[in-house]
Design a protein around this ligand. Structure first.
Ligand SMILES: NC(=O)c1ccc[n+]([C@@H]2O[C@H](COP(=O)([O-])OP(=O)(O)OC[C@H]3O[C@@H](n4cnc5c(N)ncnc54)[C@H](OP(=O)(O)O)[C@@H]3O)[C@@H](O)[C@H]2O)c1
Length: 291
């Protein structure tokens, strides 16, 4: 099966290209043609059409997005152009060659009022980023294509090339340098190891699954709990992690208080996810750090 991957040089995309390469014929794309990928800016319709016609994939795995939540709030035009119109270009490209579209969405489509969100819970995005991701989901639903939407949550993991733009990466490098960090203890998530998302994508694509799947780790943790756990696993001084409340943090975009995801549907497909502690230990091993 031939799969065209967008955002292949990003955090999740890099891991996907590594983990799924033995099971599928993968063709990576990004807007700068890094890491041997084809150049394809998803906002440029002619570039998308050219690459789709050249590659003629069976499946398109659409990972690329404007992912900086605060920047999406201050540059709505750009966020809309990449996350909504870019996805529309991908949908049109898939329609022309009759490819299935697998799209990466987000837990942020929920308002965080209750947590443990199942796939059929009603979305209610709080930020412009989340709004654009939900609009993209809507475009897929109405596209007439075969489609699969994956909603992951707070990605963490290790690629070894600096592509790991994540909360966990920030905590790791701060604590490693002995820097004190202030972390909120009133925002809850189910953090997800990137290796696990790549694995789950492989299983669901092979099975021909369609519809929406929540793909997240099994533990619901506050950001503060995550930082403390990381300090424990990597042997850093946990006293460097100071707890604060969200109200003390100046974030441009609103975040859900508890956007933890329910993954029962994924489990029924036989996909199991690592706990946060297990995931950190996997990262540590991949980084070549001995316990
Ligand atoms: N990270 C999380 O915690 C999280 C949680 C839930 C859902 N997600 C979703 O998961 C997906 C992957 O996230 P990630 O953490 O891997 O993000 P990432 O590292 O920021 O990767 C996104 C990639 O998209 C590329 N991109 C942006 N605009 C583009 C354009 N116009 N044309 C082509 N490529 C473009 C970026 O390229 P440049 O480097 O050139 O900008 C980057 O390589 C996203 O769809 C995100 O919404 C992420």
């Amino acid at each position: 099966m031939k799969i065209l991957v967008t955002g292949a040089a990003g955090f999740l995309g890099t891991k996907v290209m590594k983990i799924l390469k033995d099971d599928f014929e993968l063709i990576g794309t990004d807007r700068g043609s890094a890491k041997g990928n084809l150049k394809m800016d998803i906002t440029k319709k002619e570039e998308v059409d050219f690459v789709f016609q050249k590659v003629k994939p069976d499946v398109v795995l659409h990972i690329a997005a404007m992912t900086d939540v605060d920047r999406c709030e201050t540059d709505k035009e750009m966020a809309n152009r990449i996350n909504v119109m870019g996805t529309k270009n991908i949908i049109d490209g898939c329609a022309r060659i009759k490819a299935k579209l697998v799209h990466i969405s987000t837990d942020f489509v929920f308002n965080g009022g209750k947590g443990d969100y199942a796939e059929d819970d009603l979305p209610d995005p709080l930020s412009y980023y989340a709004n654009t991701k939900l609009q993209a989901e809507g475009l897929l639903r109405r596209s007439g294509l075969k489609w699969l939407v994956i909603r992951p949550e707070v990605l963490y993991g290790y690629n070894g090339d600096g592509s790991e733009r994540s909360f966990v990466q920030w905590v790791y490098s701060s604590l490693k340098q002995g820097k004190e960090i202030k972390v909120v203890d009133d925002q809850y998530n189910t953090p997800t190891l990137v290796d696990d998302i790549a694995g789950a994508l492989g299983v669901l694509i092979k099975k021909g699954s369609e519809g929406i799947y929540h793909v997240a780790g099994p533990d619901k943790l506050s950001r503060y709990d995550m930082a403390v756990k990381l300090a424990e696993v990597f042997g850093f001084d946990r006293r460097l992690v100071k707890r604060i409340k969200s109200s003390e943090l100046k974030q441009t975009a609103k975040r859900p208080v508890d956007s933890s995801l329910n993954t029962e549907k994924l489990k029924r497909e036989g996909v199991m996810m690592h706990t946060f502690e297990e995931g950190l230990k996997i990262m540590k091993k991949q980084m070549g750090i001995k316990s």
